[in-house]
Design a protein around this ligand. Structure first.
Ligand code: EPS
Length: 389
């Protein structure tokens, strides 16, 4: 089953990733992977770092003549900014014995202080460099490999922004989101499916920029074409919703996750549940609503998988909050280098990657297959079995 590791510091030479357990004979479209990296770098409200970088995968292993080999896939995303940090990030000890650009005033909401306490660092740059959301570029590239596989299985993962601070799309529109809205979502700088909200969302970001503040919001990731039967009700760590929640919660700045309309269910009472119907012609069960987000009993039910996540405001603030100097213990404003104002659109792209990774793992668990056609055959024969029930 697919596993992956990422390594790399935000201002180091680059981000290195290895994917193990990816099936053979999957066509690799490098432009598609790089396009996803570009999508992650975008979105209204990104900061100066994204003007320096131009993220692209440099594939070292596991791909030959445009197809995966079944061997570990390895790639690097080079950090263009590294040339400006060679001394600060040097592998060798600094000749003068002093660390450059130390971080001593932890940012509330960031990993700085807890990381320093845990690893006993005097310089919190040692934490910041790895806790930075820069790492998510690796995950987006791993997720793009997974999307290439999912595409061959007829599964499409997409995302959109539900809200930026208090500006939110209507519940009616949210209920009608489908793959048909992808062109609109991708043409919006906020990755929002309601063009009427673009201006007010931008104004909200601009207002935060003016105030030296940052803002959060919510996004939704959907997967269309997912077969029933992924995950399982039989054990806690096999439940698909639990696995998706963990994957999404692992993204920097995510503070809450829900499946479908999970958070709205209490006031709805039992109307929350999606009633079951049967289509004789298609020989398939279907629902007229999807409040469960395509998952019941920890198992995909064949509807679109829907997960939502809440992104907190970035913790690096131009007008910093109060903090304490790690060395002197004196009260000080938290440290500021540079920051994004709003990363909700980018977080949606990272969310797509994490959902794609979990879906590939769940698919491999159920359908196996060392190469693409074996996996496709196993999936198709299962779909036929379900229709024959
Ligand atoms: C990021 C790179 C970082 C930040 C941001 C995300 O670059 P730098 O630290 O050089 O400005 O822009 O990271 C954070 C928001 C954070 O809190 O760490 C990226 O590539 O996405």
């Amino acid at each position: 089953m697919l596993r992956f590791l990422t390594s790399g510091e935000s201002h180091g030479k680059g981000l290195i990733s290895t994917i193990e357990g990816f099936p053979a004979q999957v066509p690799v479209d490098v432009d598609f992977i790089n396009a996803d990296l570009r999508r992650r770098m975008g979105g209204y409200g990104r900061g100066l770092r994204m003007k320096i970088e131009s993220d692209q995968v440099d594939i070292f292993a596991g791909v030959r003549n445009g197809e995966t080999l079944g061997s570990p896939i390895a790639f690097i995303i080079h950090n263009r900014d590294w040339v400006n940090w060679t001394e600060v990030m040097s592998v060798e000890p600094n000749p003068e014995g002093v660390r450059k650009r130390q971080v001593t005033r932890p940012r509330p909401g960031h990993a700085d202080l807890v990381g320093a306490l845990k690893y006993q660092f005097k310089d919190m740059r040692n934490v910041l460099e790895r806790s930075s959301a820069r790492e998510t570029a690796s995950r987006v590239a791993v997720g793009a490999f997974c999307k290439l596989l999912l595409r061959e299985l007829g599964i499409q993962v997409y995302s959109h922004v539900i809200s930026i601070r208090k500006v939110r799309i209507s519940d009616e529109l949210l209920d009608t989101v489908s793959v048909d809205l992808i062109p609109q979502i991708e043409s919006s700088e906020l990755r929002c499916c309601d063009p009427a909200l673009d201006e007010s969302m931008k104004a909200t970001v601009d207002d935060a920029i003016d105030r030296g503040d940052t803002i959060g919001g919510t996004f939704e990731v959907r997967a269309a074409g997912v077969p029933p039967g992924l995950g399982s009700h039989v054990h806690w760590d096999r439940k698909l919703d639990g696995r998706l929640a963990q994957a999404l919660m692992s993204i920097n700045a995510i503070k809450a996750v829900e499946t479908g309309s999970g958070l709205d269910q209490a006031p709805m009472g039992s109307k929350f549940h999606d009633e079951i119907f049967y289509d004789d012609e298609k020989r398939e069960f279907y629902r007229k609503t999807n409040r469960a987000g395509g998952i019941e009993g920890g198992t995909s039910n064949g509807q679109e998988v829907i997960v939502r996540a809440v992104v907190k405001p970035i913790a690096t603030l131009k007008r910093p909050l109060m903090s304490v100097n790690l060395h002197t213990k004196e009260p000080f404003k938290a440290q500021y280098e540079r920051s994004d104002t709003c990363v909700v659109p980018a977080a949606g792209v990272i969310g797509e990657a994490m959902v794609a990774i979990v879906l590939v793992q769940a698919i491999q668990e159920k359908f196996g297959g060392d190469n693409l056609s074996e996996l496709q055959n196993n999936l198709e024969s299962f779909r036929e079995r379900v229709r024959a029930m």
